[in-house]
Design a protein around this ligand. Structure first.
Ligand SMILES: [Fe+2]
Ligand SMILES: [Fe+2]
Length: 383
């Protein structure tokens, strides 16, 4: 897993720094740890967008999750980040032993020690380099940029315990604009998955499909917007789940499964503490694994009726998960994914809603500016 690789590389930098303090400027152990860090980072599968590691007061966050060695890193080589130096380490392709050496100099002296290839120190709310923005058209056709944006939003959620509403709303606007312009392409995105990107690309895929489905059933633009935001944030509770459970390649034990099943309630709690978000966003996080027949999780109170928005995101969520390569199974074909999802139709979610998903969203009719005969069978009040 790339988070483990990044954690390991930072631990090696920490060790190189400790050796330098111990032995002075030159010692084989310093070079060995520096080279180990460079080798680990150069072996990562880089996209055009940098990875950001954010140094908080008591932990270190990358991709919305705490690094296992965060406290040791915070107390060691990286102690100046956030006090004297910026709080965010941006990593990209091209890092070598020389740039890591300069980073160690910078961390030790508190002053930038020249250009560091593949490494930049910045503040967490700073924009990516102009070069990245140029390379990344803000279009759903390039999910890399959006997944980077979403990753930054998740990091900030972990930092503050609440979602950065403006960033999420901007992302939802991008998704809706891309769908309206006909540039939203669900299936090519479904093919673009790697394990590293899973969490964010999954959230964007679910955002695209939920938005298209909400639009296809004839909901108002305001409701479509709320559901798009909700879909982008539906799994944000996973940021509270330990990494070893989240990234486990084997089958989860019963207790791990129970912990994992906390993510809807954890997500709802985080989002309820984020002023400015629609209540729909909170209820979708809570309901997206619930079934109409009372099954799923968390256990709904008696008489609970899963909202239309919750059902929309549930369909998109399961479909995208089945279409994705995971460590424990291969991605399914669209036919097989639909066959499995079809068995839940009328049980987990409304059968008519599923029919519209198949006929209008997957068939690509959402790509036209004016959806062909939008079947207004659902109302905003049901969202
Ligand atoms: Fe989920
Ligand atoms: Fe999900």
């Amino acid at each position: 897993m790339s988070i483990d690789t990044i954690n390991g590389a930072l631990v090696a930098i920490n060790a190189a720094t400790a050796c330098r303090r111990l032995y002075g400027g030159e010692h084989p152990a310093i070079d060995m740890h520096t080279q180990r860090a460079a080798d680990a980072l150069s072996g990562l599968a880089w996209t055009g967008v940098p990875r950001r590691v954010v140094f908080l007061e008591s932990k270190v966050v990358c991709d919305g999750a705490s690094l296992p060695s965060g406290k040791a890193l915070r107390d060691g080589a990286f102690t100046r980040l956030g006090s004297g130096l910026p709080d965010c380490l941006e990593l990209r392709d091209g890092i070598n032993a020389e740039s890591i050496s300069r980073l160690i100099d910078t961390l030790e002296t508190g002053r930038l020690a020249g250009e560091m290839r593949g490494i930049r120190l910045c503040w967490v709310d700073q924009e990516p380099d102009a070069e990245d923005l140029d390379n990344a058209l803000i279009s759903i056709g390039d999910p890399t940029f959006l997944s980077h944006e979403l990753r930054t939003a998740w990091d900030q959620t972990a930092l503050k315990g609440k979602a950065p509403v403006a960033s999420i709303e901007a992302l939802a606007g991008d998704v809706i604009a891309a769908i309206s312009a006909g540039s939203a392409t669900v299936l090519p995105m479904a093919n673009l998955k790697s394990h590293d990107e899973y969490t964010y690309v999954h959230a964007i895929n679910v955002g695209v499909m939920s938005s298209a489905l909400a639009r296809a059933v004839g909901l108002s633009p305001d409701r479509v917007f709320d559901i798009t935001c909700a879909a982008l944030l539906h799994d944000v509770g996973k940021s509270a789940i330990p990494l070893d459970i989240l990234n486990k390649t084997g089958k989860l034990t019963d207790s791990e499964r129970l912990r994992m099943n906390d993510h809807p309630a954890e997500g709802a709690a985080i989002l309820a503490a984020s002023p400015g978000l629609s209540p729909i966003v909170v209820s979708v996080a809570y309901e997206h694994h619930m079934k109409l027949d009372g099954g799923g999780y968390p256990n709904p109170p008696r008489g609970w009726k899963v909202s239309l928005a919750g059902q929309v995101v549930h369909i998109a969520d399961v479909f995208d998960a089945l279409r994705t390569h995971r460590p424990y199974r291969k991605a399914m074909s669209q036919e097989k994914a639909l066959a499995i999802l079809g068995e839940e139709s009328g049980v987990a979610f409304d059968a008519e809603l599923f029919r519209i998903f198949v006929d209008h969203v997957l068939a690509g009719e959402h790509e036209s500016r004016t959806p062909a005969s939008p079947p207004r069978v659902f109302t905003d009040s049901a969202a």
